[in-house]
Each structure stands twice: as structure tokens, then as C-alpha cells.
Ligand binder design. Structure first.
Ligand code: CP
Length: 314
């Protein structure tokens, strides 16, 4: 594996290999062994042009725990604020002989573009409304840790699909692992072109969350409403959204009654009281903090497969 740009780059064997390595890394993490020599002498640059708490810090921790030299650059503190182009910025970084560029950017396709400019390996840490492949891997890892093999498991992904890169990567990875995926959103937050993708990849589309929950899915992934990307306003209104699509206390009860073993995920950051209630976010069935914890192990696995010479079948 040279880059990780899209979840579609990963076949079933690739995902299985990455999740197996992540499980080994998680075990190391649990044993409190915080320093492996694995990536000694390697340099990882975290280049973040959009804000991040989980992804950036977990990539930094992952690199450090494997003894890589890890450097963080953000849009605000870099020469892009003086007008330097993305191309010049990444070519400058590449000229310093780094081994890996982890990039988050507001433009969909930015990671693919950067991969064409540099010799270093590139990891897509979220590009616009396009993809977030390491999030999908850590979500799959977290769900499997609780539910077992995801083959045939039913996962509902709910919310602002139009602005979500998380849903796209998750839908791809979950289908790769054989899960049944239902995408739930108000019609105004269904991305254009989704019907043909859904038909081609066996995804189910729905706009009635209560009906989906009554069917007792194994996992419900709530997506953040990305109001910062809604320049034209937000329809439905926040109140209407919560009434129709929020995982409220009542809906949590309905889900648990339909499937007592169902789990709840959210990639974070959460809008508590909008797409998810405190009751759901903090429920025993909520895997939100397990997802965060898995994020470090999964990103260790990705860096390991990219930089430590481990072969992953294409
Ligand atoms: N889930 C996720 O990408 O969170 P951050 O924006 O905090 O990295």
C-alpha cells in the first residue's frame, strides 16, 4: 500500500489486514507500552487545513508511539496564510524528505491531488465532503469489537449525508465487509446522485428514521449536522431536524426495545441536543469513546502498513 486516499482503494483482504494490525496495536496500547521502535527514523507530517481534535491528535500519538518523528502543520500557522498554494506547500514539505503526509483539506479530492505531487505516502484525513477512510476503518474496528464479524450485520447511518465524508467512507468499508447498510436522511440532506450509487453498491435509502429503528438494526451511526458547510441555510430547521432525525431519548428506547444489543456510534464532534441526545451519547450502548480509542490503534496500523514495509494485497 503506497497511499490511503479512499476507502474504495481497500479490498476485503486489505481491510482485514489493517484491522488485524489495529487489534495488535490496541493490545499494545492496553498494556500501556507507549513506545515501539517500529517507525524509528521515519518522518510523518500532519498537514491540517481544517480543524480537528480526534484525527490530528490520534495520528500524532500513533506516530509518536511507533517512534516516528511527527510534525504538525496547520493552515493558520503555515505560509498558506501568506498566499502560498497547496502545491507549493506540499512540494516544500516533500523536499524535506518526509515519509508520509497526512492531510486534511476543505476541498474534495485534495488528498488525491497531493498524492500526484509528492514522493511521500499520503493519507487522506478528510477531504471536503468526499472521504475519511481512517474514520471508516476505526468505526468498523469498533463495531466488530462489540458485535463480532460485520458480515450480514445491519448498520443504519443517519443524518446530514450531503456534507458528510464519514458516511461515504463508512458505506464503502461496511459493504466491503459484507454489512447491510441503510442510509437515512431528510430528502434535503440526501446528496445528489446517491440513488444510482445506492443501486450499484446495494445500499438502502430511507427517510423514516422511526421505521428504520423499529426494524432493530445492529448499529446506528449518527452523523454530525455540519452547519458550517450550509451556506444556504439549514432546512429542516434545527428543531424540525431533532424531531424527525435526532436520536432522542424516546428513539433510544425504541431502538433498545427492537434490538437490545444494538450499539450507537458517532464520529464526533457531537452536536448534543441536535442529532443526538445526551441519553443516547452517554448510554451503555454508545461506542463514542471506544471509537476515539480505536482511532489511535487504527492509525498506528495504517502508518505501519504504509511505512514499515508490510505488504497489503491490492
Ligand atoms: N471524526 C473526526 O474526524 O473528528 P475530528 O474533526 O475531531 O478529527
Amino acid at each position: 500500500m503506497r497511499h490511503l486516499l479512499s476507502s474504495a482503494d481497500l479490498g476485503r483482504d486489505d481491510v482485514r489486514a489493517l484491522l488485524a494490525t489495529a487489534a495488535e496495536m490496541h493490545e499494545v496500547q492496553r498494556r500501556d507500552v507507549k513506545k515501539l521502535p517500529t517507525l524509528r527514523g521515519r518522518t510523518v507530517i500532519n498537514l491540517f487545513f481544517e480543524d480537528s481534535t480526534r484525527t490530528r491528535s490520534s495520528f500524532e500519538i500513533a506516530g509518536k508511539w511507533m517512534s516516528a518523528d511527527t510534525i504538525n502543520i496547520t493552515g493558520k500557522g503555515s505560509s498558506t496564510s501568506k498566499g502560498e498554494s497547496l502545491r507549493d506547500t506540499v512540494m516544500t514539505i516533500d523536499a524535506m524528505s518526509v515519509d508520509c503526509v497526512v492531510i486534511r483539506h476543505m476541498a474534495s479530492g485534495a488528498a488525491h491531488q497531493v498524492a500526484q505531487w509528492v514522493d511521500a505516502s499520503v493519507v487522506n484525513a478528510g477531504d471536503g465532503t468526499h472521504e475519511h477512510p481512517t474514520q471508516a476503518l476505526l468505526d468498523a474496528y469498533t463495531m466488530e469489537a462489540r458485535l463480532g464479524d460485520l458480515e450480514g450485520r445491519r448498520v443504519a447511518i443517519v443524518g446530514d449525508l450531503t456534507h458528510s465524508r464519514v458516511f461515504r467512507s463508512n458505506a464503502i468499508t461496511l459493504r466491503t465487509l459484507g454489512a447491510e447498510v441503510t442510509l437515512v436522511a431528510p430528502p434535503t440532506l440526501m446528496p445528489s446522485g446517491i440513488a444510482s450509487w445506492a443501486r450499484a453498491d446495494g445500499l438502502t435509502l430511507a427517510d423514516d428514521l422511526d421505521a428504520v429503528l423499529a426494524d432493530g438494526p445492529d448499529a446506528v451511526m449518527m452523523l454530525r449536522v455540519q452547519r458550517e458547510r450550509m451556506s444556504g441555510g439549514f432546512f429542516p430547521t434545527p428543531r424540525e431536524y431533532t424531531v424527525g432525525y435526532g436520536l432522542t431519548r424516546e428513539r433510544l428506547r425504541a431502538l433498545t426495545s427492537a434490538n437490545p444489543d444494538a450499539v450507537i456510534c458517532h464520529p464526533g464532534p457531537m452536536n448534543r441536543g441536535l442529532e443526538i441526545s445526551a441519553d443516547a451519547a452517554d448510554a451503555a450502548s454508545s461506542l463514542v469513546l471506544d471509537q476515539v480509542s480505536a482511532g489511535v490503534a487504527v492509525r498506528m496500523a495504517v502508518l505501519y502498513h504504509l511505512l514499515a514495509g508490510e505488504e497489503v494485497t491490492a
